[in-house]
Design a protein around this ligand. Structure first.
Ligand SMILES: NC(=O)c1ccc[n+]([C@@H]2O[C@H](COP(=O)([O-])OP(=O)(O)OC[C@H]3O[C@@H](n4cnc5c(N)ncnc54)[C@H](O)[C@@H]3O)[C@@H](O)[C@H]2O)c1
Ligand SMILES: O=C(O)[C@H](O)[C@H](O)COP(=O)(O)O
Length: 378
């Protein structure tokens, strides 16, 4: 059995070689000749999977180690009898921690307190839902917009996008990219929406580039609109608009989901799905794969205030470490993908064991996702 895996999929060789012969290949562009005789294809979001890639090939299963699936023509795969699995939620924690890292940086730079702000979350699924929980644990007011969930009768105080635009100080997008249909999200943030944002608002896009109209955003920023912007994703990728990068406050190379844990979960989810597909179902425990984190243990004295939380968060991951390298190489062909391929190891907050002498601090840090304990410290 021949299994092709994207070369940017940690632990793929280790896991898939339990099932057959593994060949690691680049995802953009994928070397089409390697598809010959292959049984399964494991991709990331940079590989367009459709009829023109797979017609008349031997592939029987496609896995994508990603949450987003807009690069995969699932209807064509289904009618061609090709099995498919994505990795829902694999990197949701990573994206939430990217958003927090960005907000805590902007709060310090601009001198505001997060608990004085209202955050509008557009798309309340794996990412948006976890973001809501962590923000609310911190005491930050959230407003939620998710028409598919509202229409489904899901529990929750769902508002219209208009209400969020009117009331939110921070608007953050976490929807899939739908190019059409009842929940079309292509250019959900168009020029009219961007113009109506509150003065001094923060706009974050860490889902898919085209959910925000990048030309319209640049137009508003060039016109001097009072708006801070965090973009992890671009329209288009990898050839992002350099003038826009120059205007945003934080710009990164589509790495919000790139914690080691997030990527490893993506690999294990598609591995488990494929092993089940071929009748050899098996489970993988994530902690048997991951190395020990760079920072293992820290003690925290006293209460948890925003500056302390910022320092803790940035000890694990400071988003500026990904902003600066993008500004350095953007515009040079191949460099956007190189930043992603050679991504410096990044861990999730849960990798940090925080011993607190204050019980409330320990409780809050635990709710936020740190591995925190209350322990009197002498
Ligand atoms: N930057 C990154 O590294 C990164 C990482 C993970 C996910 N993503 C992107 O973020 C998206 C969201 O991730 P997720 O794991 O939360 O997915 P999810 O499917 O769990 O949640 C998406 C939510 O968006 C809602 N939604 C759909 N259309 C909407 C619309 N038009 N308006 C408002 N809400 C809408 C859905 O009902 C769902 O609740 C993914 O589809 C992916 O494209 C990016
Ligand atoms: O949809 C996702 O899961 C994310 O966008 C993912 O982090 C993208 O990473 P890629 O597959 O492009 O390496």
């Amino acid at each position: 059995m021949k299994i092709l895996v994207d070369e940017n999929m940690p632990y793929a060789r280790e896991l898939f070689s339990r099932l057959g012969e593994v060949k690691a290949v680049p995802g953009r562009p994928i070397p089409v000749a390697e598809l010959a005789g292959a049984d399964a294809l494991m991709v990331r979001s940079v590989t367009k999977v459709n009829e023109s890639l797979l017609a008349n090939q031997s592939i029987k299963f496609v896995g994508t180690a990603t949450a987003g699936t807009d690069h995969v023509d699932q209807a064509w795969l289904a009618q061609a009898g090709i099995g498919f699995s994505a990795a829902p939620g694999c990197n949701a924690i990573a994206v939430v921690e990217y958003v927090f890292s960005s907000l805590l940086y902007l709060a310090e730079r601009d001198g505001f307190t997060l608990t004085d702000r209202t955050v509008g979350i557009v798309g309340v699924g794996n990412v948006g839902g976890r973001l809501q929980k962590r923000l609310e644990a911190l005491g930050v007011r959230t407003l939620l917009c998710d028409p598919p969930r509202a229409d489904n009768g899901d529990e929750g105080d769902f508002r219209t996008l208009d209400e969020l635009v009117q009331e939110a100080d921070i608007l953050t997008f976490h929807t899939p990219l739908f190019k059409d249909g009842p929940y079309k999200s292509l250019h959900l943030a168009d020029e009219a929406l961007i113009r109506r944002l509150k003065p001094g608002a923060i706009l974050i896009n860490a889902c898919r580039g085209p959910v925000v109209d990048n030309a319209a955003l640049l137009k508003c920023l060039e016109a001097g609109q009072d708006l801070s912007v965090v973009l992890d994703v671009w329209e288009p990728e990898p050839d992002l608009n350099l003038a826009l990068l120059d205007k945003v406050d934080i710009g990164t190379s589509h790495i919000a989901g790139y914690t080691l844990e997030g990527k490893a979960r993506g690999t294990t989810q598609v591995f488990e799905a494929y092993s089940k597909f071929i009748g050899q179902a098996q489970q993988v425990a994530l902690d048997t794969l991951l190395p020990p984190p760079e920072f293992g243990r820290i003690t925290l004295h006293g209460k948890l205030c925003q500056p302390t939380l910022k320092r803790l968060v940035h000890l694990v991951y400071d988003v500026r470490r990904d902003d600066a390298p993008l500004r350095k190489v953007a515009g040079i062909p191949g460099e956007f993908d190189k930043l992603r391929k050679n991504y410096l190891e990044r861990r999730e907050w849960s990798s940090l064991y925080v011993q607190c002498d204050d019980a409330d601090a320990a409780t809050l840090l635990k709710k936020l996702g740190f591995n925190a304990v209350h322990h009197p410290i002498r």
